[in-house]
Design a protein around this ligand. Sequence first.
Ligand code: GLA
Length: 728
Amino acid sequence: MSIEYISDKELFHIKTKNSSYIFRLRKGYELEHLYYGERINDTRGIEFLSDDNFLGATLHAIDSEFTEEKLSTDRMLREYPFYGSVDLRCPAFHAEYRDGSRVTKMKYLGHKIFSGKPELDGLPSVYAKSDEAQTLEITMADSFTGLNLIYRYSAFEELDVITRSVTAVNTGNSEITLDKIMSCSVDFDNSDFDFVHLHGEAWRECEIERKPLVNGEVRISSARGASSHLHSPFFALANKNTTEFEGEVFAFSLVYSGNFELGAEVDSLKNTRAYMGINSFDFKWLLESGQSFTTPEAVMVHSSNGFGEMSRTFHNLYRNNLARGKYQNAVRPILINNWEATYFDFNEEKILNLASKAKELGIELLVLDDGWFGKRNDDTLSLGDWYTNTDKLPEGIASLAKKVTEIGIKFGLWFEPEMVSPNSELYRKHPDWCIHIEVREKSLGRNQLVLDLSRKEVCDYIVSSVSDILSCGNISYIKWDMNRNFTEIGSSALPPKRQSEVAHRYILGLYNVLERIKTAFPDVLMEGCASGGGRFDAGMMYYFNQFWTSDNTDAIDRLKIQYGTSMVMPSMFMGAHVSAVPNHQTGRTIPLETRGLCAMCGQFGYELDITQISDDEADEIKNQIELYKNIREVIQFGDLYRLKSPFDGEKTFFEFVSKDKARVCLFYFTHSCAVQCNTEKIKLKGLKPDSAYKCNKQIYSAEFLERFGFDTENLQDNSGKVYLFEIQ
Ligand code: GLA
């Protein structure tokens, strides 16, 4: 049993293989958090963790129910803090009631524990077979307002993961306005943590920031309508001495693609309150009598072995229990995308030439990017008009798809279905279908507007226009792009009192659209993109089997981007392409070998004009493809060990170990070295104990490789090398 209720102590114990999460009922109605950390097998005495000496200063009011004990919830570790009474720290829940009051007082009503894990209505979530997880649902009620809250916890014992979500139900007769409803909140009895999160920009996604918590609050958020390039819906609290390989980490990842907030507040007693959920800024949700609202899911991972173990836990969970469909466990094809090869300037002949050359080199899929539809010859027009641009492709997209397939490779197609160009037939026909406010000017981003996916007819239009194209039968892949954030947020289809619901309703509409397309075309492999990694989040991974990691294809910059992204995302989801030199984003010239090896650390592909390369380059590309086909299962399905970070110096090492530990790929890159990088003994990780491995005809014991390290060679700056080890 991974979830236990110890009735004499009124204690809830949620267990995974290596972690415990414990809270209890006080006085039969208040939930007090006791512990989250390494697994505890014997909980006797755990209630003494509670510090009952709450009343330090008169400033802190005493809860009326706790007068005798002089107990103040303002000083207590709380399980899910709602606003309005004595606890005035950062609340997880805030709502407004019929009398204008904002006081919530939830009391325990009951709980149930069951096998498996329920789906969240209309939202992506981690799934489980009935023997893989157990779920605890606690129902809390506020008798004055008729509001019920259901706190949901699922424990994945083997995967070492706990997921959380909350449902609010209006059982009363009056409207309730939700202002803030976090997916999870966790109180810790100390503040000795570093706060770690991922921030960035387009072309510089997922830089890792680590800073000590200080008194007060750190809060990270997105109000852009998408999780965004700027911050990822992930954070971790790590002990000061935690490294990649050692130390404790508490990590949180939100299965959501829209506006989010996350943070940590350190109070005057040095307790830390961590939280995560939909951004409460510019959010309100009207709950009429009988209606309910469910938050997105938060995934909590505890690691006692540093950030590396934390990431591997996320990778296993997201590959096995979030990704879905035919491609979930299938090797990803090697693709060529024509974007950096042609941009908008292509015709059928050019694409067929690319396809023939790709086939010759061993590439398995050609993706036709932006520019194939409407009258689209640049980015000022035609988004929304999803029919073939016959100036470029006179015989139509279906015919091109067929011809590419006949060449012997698969065909994929780019869409940006959530957008509309003001210069498009769709916009001329339905000017009110975009997100906007009637009386205000509409700001353009990349010359386009965002369609209002909070409207059903807009969602239906997207499903039918994308489906019409996919129905031609020879399209086995789509790249689903999204290239601007929201401004002037409003919907002409919603009443004034529901305007603050638009951003979340949009995301629900998007999930609905993606689900319908995924269900109708189960054999189509779907790639997500948002100007690169602008919406690369766990919510998207429920629908997309891969994601374009960044529009920056410079191999050396990519080392950092892929390193940071891998904090949460598995390599098999991270699109990574070899592009031309000088690089189109940075102007830098990096050797083809380095570009190839860097891209092999993700979902491998090409994005350059292969019809213009030399014979030597073609031979090198053929070798790269042969190599990747030989090792891709290790990279896509194996365990990643980030042995050395590109953020820390002149060398980067990524090690991939197959699940059976029989094969190891050690990738080595040099960058920013003054002249030549010195050799280095790099200690491998995750090998099979008491075994031996062969690399370059030499035999090494696993013990030797882990204890003393493998000798790498001298390399010039900006070089790469891969070493392959086979178990003996
Ligand atoms: C975005 C994507 C690119 C490419 C272009 C096409 O920038 O990230 O990969 O598809 O759009 O317009």
